[in-house]
Design a protein around this ligand. Structure first.
Ligand code: ATP
Ligand code: MG
Length: 417
């Protein structure tokens, strides 16, 4: 992509109406635009990051046998009354609106009811189980506070997967497999070492569900962590559970702020009972399906990465989710010969399959370098008049600041891998 064609521009100043670092940097660098409190646009660079996060999530969910689908946001009262989750007294995040044809609809804040209702059509025998279905889809939640930038918004993407099992063993096996997939996802996103599979209350079959909590000063949550044993619990578990069961004492746990990047939950037969999702077991008896639900917020994960990895110069993307791998910064572009040569380097890198953002703008070097630091693309390759004369490219690794001088052959060799 040519930066001269990119309609977004970086700003000199951080936006004054944002308190969260993730939103400040992402807006300043032109990744996102704040349309209103709790609703952001993902601009071309930001969308590339979200798509990369979604791809990692998809790969891992497909890898454990999940199949992708897409359910509507518009929700009817009838279905949600069956689980007693239509009323605003029970659910405080509904957005609802009137249909011109009469009646009320809600905007989905989760999809357990919807997916359970669909599966009634397709599940009849134990032979149909187990399976798992997921979507990456927009949720609407009337959150009271929306202060954490893109990490808590009123309209946001969620990957929500639902598992359907015939018995507890089948369910448990899938639950653990999905938990491992979550660990791999957060590793691949570059936040694995700070992310804990945290014991939370409220699961069927065992006392626990699990939250994936990333330790961060900007977090809205609090967890209690024993780094040595790799154990974390949330507040309810700390207060209500005999910690000895988990092999840890209160003294070993340190209070830390954290961000909930994901959540996995055994639902038991709560939804299948209320909505009537049953199957015939081997003995021919009607039995409720055992379900689980497994969520991740891609934008919250993106904000977490920004918060955790950024330095005083700007964003630092891990290679796995960077919008581009290489930022090719051309200097001295007022010289036609240099401009043509830099264009050639851009084309060659693209032919090698390298994702390149090409700063082909006629701006001052200082401005280009500051923008490059702010954007946080993993490798900056400088193409300058001086470099052309010496036959060398300066290559800077954004995360470490390491500077290398590579010949053209070395450059192509290095990035063709
Ligand atoms: P929280 O306690 O932070 O409100 P939650 O328990 O409501 O989260 P879930 O319903 O389990 O969250 O949603 C699954 C995932 O969706 C969360 O782990 C988080 O990554 C993401 N998520 C939840 N609410 C939001 C939001 N308002 N904005 C962006 N992402 C969200
Ligand atoms: Mg919530």
């Amino acid at each position: 992509m040519r930066q001269s064609k990119l309609f977004t521009k970086t700003k000199k100043e951080t936006p004054s109406d944002e308190v969260a670092k993730n939103a400040q940097l992402l807006i300043q660098a032109g990744y996102v635009y704040k349309n209103m409190a709790g609703a952001y646009s993902f601009l071309p660079l930001g969308l590339r990051v979200i798509e990369k996060i979604n791809s990692i999530i998809r790969e891992e969910m497909n890898g454990i046998g999940g199949v992708e689908m897409h359910m509507p946001s518009l929700q009817e009262e009838r279905l949600w009354k069956q689980t007693d989750r239509w009323g605003d007294d029970n659910v405080d995040v509904w957005f609802k609106t009137e249909l011109k044809a009469g009646g009320e609809v809600g905007l989905a804040w989760t999809h357990e009811e919807v997916v359970t209702d669909i599966m009634r059509q397709y599940v009849s025998s134990y032979k149909d189980l187990p399976f798992a279905a997921y979507q990456i889809q927009t949720k609407f939640r009337n959150e009271i506070r929306a202060k954490s930038g893109i990490m808590r918004t009123r309209e946001f993407l969620m990957k929500d997967l639902y598992s359907f099992s015939a018995n507890e063993e089948q369910h448990k096996e899938f639950y653990d497999t999905c938990a491992d997939a979550y660990t791999r996802i957060f590793d691949r996103l570059g936040i694995g070492s700070q992310t804990y599979k945290t014991f939370a209350s409220g699961g069927a079959f065992s006392k626990f569900s699990h939250e994936y909590q990333t330790l961060a000063e900007a977090g809205e949550d609090v967890v209690y962590v024993c780094e040595e044993k790799g154990i974390a619990v949330n507040k309810e578990v700390l207060e209500d559970v005999d910690l000895a069961e988990l092999g840890v004492t209160r003294e070993e746990l340190v209070e830390r702020k954290s961000i909930e990047v994901g959540n996995i939950f055994s639902l038991g037969t709560k939804f299948s009972d209320s909505i009537g999702l049953t199957f015939k077991n081997e003995a021919g008896d009607n039995t409720p399906v055992i379900m689980g639900s497994y969520g991740i917020g891609p934008a919250r994960a993106m904000g977490t990465v920004v918060d955790l990895l950024a330095d005083d110069k700007g964003i630092v993307w891990p290679e796995s989710i960077a919008p581009f791998r290489v930022h090719l910064v051309a200097l001295n572009t007022d010289d036609d010969e240099i401009r043509d040569w830099a264009n050639g380097i851009y084309t060659s890198l693209q032919k090698l399959g390298v994702e390149v953002l090409f700063d082909d703008r006629d701006t001052r070097p200082g401005e280009k370098f500051a923008d490059s630091d702010l954007l946080g693309i993993p490798y900056r390759v400088v193409a300058s008049k001086r470099g052309k004369e010496d036959g060398l490219f300066e290559v800077v690794t954004r995360a470490t600041g390491e500077v290398r001088s590579l010949t053209e052959a070395e450059l192509f060799d290095d990035f063709s891998a």
